[in-house]
Design a binder for this molecule. Structure first.
Ligand code: HEM
Length: 241
């Protein structure tokens, strides 16, 4: 398969980078969801006084954040950023090429009638732009306040990530914006998931139907987990539970 000439080959890079990002989202959603579990176990906000990494007195979410600051994950951050960059730039390039080829705005490749009919299939590019815009917004909330200062040894929030979670989600409009973001992410993932398998050659009516269902399940798990984290933090911050 020639990556630069065949239409499937062109999408291959998009699929592989997309698969990598889905794995990141599964890990990210799981660690954040620990904060919801902490609420049920009475450990929301629990941070051991010794301030050590992986301290026994820490809540699950704090332990997850400690894991995210280990050297293994720190090495992965530039690779993750590269994965996002490739996925975004390649998506833009594919859309632009397709616009040029068809003489108007259409999604980059539509391999089947079913794909053409799906709302999110036609809007992968627009959804991608919305998601990317929100990632920038999101990074100013968390990454810029946790990992970035930590790199320079001036971090404060990594000692108590619950405080940051509450600060970000204390405002209702921030919660609403994040929920809109998760909605866009859901639509992007439901289409992207089966499209990824189709690109790598896993097609056929029966498998396509199954993969579409699995895609909805995976996207629901990721987006509902994120939504639960945000709603729970809003309720905690406003002392509603
Ligand atoms: C309720 C939802 C979310 C919460 C509470 C949350 C929380 C965080 C936190 C605390 C960090 C700092 C790094 C760490 O120590 O883990 C972070 C970083 C990051 N988040 Fe999120 N996140 C959420 C949703 C998302 C979504 C939906 C995406 C992508 C579509 C995303 C993409 C990223 C990226 C790319 C980083 C920087 C890489 C990293 O530090 O691991 N996040 N987020």
């Amino acid at each position: 398969m020639a990556l630069s000439t065949s239409s499937i080959g062109k999408k291959f890079i998009q699929s592989i980078s997309g698969a990598f990002l889905i794995l990141f989202l599964l890990l990210h959603a799981t660690i954040n969801f620990f904060s919801v579990i902490d609420s049920f176990t009475g450990k929301y906000g629990a941070v051991a006084v010794d301030e050590k990494l992986f301290s026994a007195g820490d809540g699950l979410f704090k332990l997850g954040c400690d894991f995210m600051s280990t050297p293994f994950i720190s090495i992965m951050v530039p690779i993750l950023a590269l994965g996002f960059l490739i996925h975004i730039l390649y998506g833009c390039w594919l859309t632009w090429r397709n616009m040029k080829a068809r003489g108007g705005f259409k999604r980059y490749e539509v391999a089947s009638k079913a794909a053409a009919d799906s709302w999110s299939a036609k809007n992968m590019f627009i959804l991608g732009i919305v998601i990317f815009g929100f990632i920038a917004f999101h990074l100013t909330h968390f990454w810029a306040k946790m990992q970035l200062p930590e790199m320079f040894g001036i971090g404060t929030y990594e000692d108590n990530p619950y405080v940051l979670l509450n600060t970000v989600f204390s405002k209702w409009w921030v919660l609403v914006l994040y929920i809109v973001w998760f909605g866009a992410l859901f639509l992007h993932l439901t289409h992207g998931f089966w499209s990824m398998f189709q690109t790598v050659g896993w097609s056929g009516q029966t498998w396509m139907k199954r993969l579409k269902v699995i895609g909805v399940v995976v996207a629901s798990i990721i987006c509902l987990a994120f939504a639960a984290v945000a709603v729970n933090a809003f309720l905690q911050a406003n002392a509603l539970i």
